[in-house]
Design a protein around this ligand. Sequence first.
Ligand SMILES: [Zn+2]
Length: 143
Amino acid sequence: MTGDQLDETVSACLSLIDTRFPGGEERGAAAMLLADGTILTGTAPDAVNPAVEVCHEIEPYAGAFRLNQAVVASVCLHRDERGRLLVLSPCGVCRERLAVHGPDVLAGVAAPEDPTQVVWKALRDVLPDYWMTVFPGEVTGGW
Ligand SMILES: [Zn+2]
C-alpha cells in the first residue's frame, strides 16, 4: 500500500459524493482500498424507516468479500450543509466489521485541528482494548 493509493481512495470517495449527489446536499460515502489495489466505493441508500438504514461502508465491505480481497484501508466522508467534507471515523459496528481484516487495517479519522483532513490510523490504535486481543493467535485476523 502506498500513500498515492490512500490518496486515491479518498479521491474516489469524494468523487462518488460529487457524482451521485451533484446538488450539494448533505450526503456521504465511503471508500475502501483492497489488498490487490482495487478501490471500492459505496453510499447508504435511503429508507422510509431510518432504523433500517446502513453505513456507507457496507457496499465496499461486502464487495471486498465478494472479490475475496482483504480490506487494507477504509474512509468515510460526509458533506455537511456548508459543503465541508468531514471525515467520519468508522462507527463501532464498522470497526467490528473491519476487525475481520486484522489490526493493521487503516481507518480514516478526522484530524483534531481540521475535521476535513484524513489521518490514517491502524485499527489497533483505534481499538486499543479490542475484545479479541485476549485470544491472541486463536482467531482470524492477527489480533
Ligand atoms: Zn458504520
